[in-house]
Design a protein around this ligand. Sequence first.
Ligand code: ADP
Length: 250
Amino acid sequence: MIVVENLHRHFGGFRAVDGASLRIETGSITGLIGPNGAGKTTLFNVIAGVLKPTSGKVTMAGEEITGLPPHELFHKGLLRTFQIAHEFSSMTVRENLMMVPGAQRGETLWETWFNRRQIEADERALLAKADEVLEFLTISHLRDEKAGNLSGGQKKLLELGRTMMVDAKIVFLDEVGAGVNRTLLNTIGDAILRLNKERGYTFVVIEHDMDFIGKICDPVICMAEGKVLAEGTLAEIKANEQVIEAYLGT
Ligand code: ADP
């Protein structure tokens, strides 16, 4: 689905991504691992349009998407999850889902005036969709909770839920497990597996928890110093000497 060719992203003279090439297969849950500073987040941000590449090429389903802004990628179904922004923390979980751009239809003042019934029908459909997402993620009981009151893991589930309000094809998840307890991490892992199997989502996941990676990811790609070092199953990656050296070197 995604092909990255010789991608570079430099900050001044520093090469955070230094000629990375990789492929993300349609329907996979690909894990992206590597020591701190390997360039994983920078690579994510370049693919997802948050950062412009210094050079290199990214294609999605054969179409070049290098350097496209996030909202254009969003319409193509490429999403990167983001932490719930401060201004959304005083809104409820359900409202947060309903605010996802692209989930609403574009309304003009004209339409609002003349087409009230249609808008009310759309609003009901949006509510129903939000409730379906909450049920899928087993967080219906948090529906009316303010997003700011959620635990770290619950926030991650909400971030995942936001991708379900639109027709996502590929979702980039950055450190899903950071600060999340084991039970919720399992819930998140199950949700990812189900979205992959039942809805055909492709995922790319940056995560440090190897148990989590081992449970849901195949293949696993290891980066170090801005480059792709190795790709394979987690067992193959763990046995790779270059990978071991890269981790020991940090
Ligand atoms: P990882 O996600 O693998 O830990 P990052 O992509 O976050 O790695 O960072 C790779 C390197 O690039 C790090 O050394 C980091 O300090 C550097 N870096 C990341 N973003 C910037 C930036 N905006 N300006 C300067 N250096 C940056």
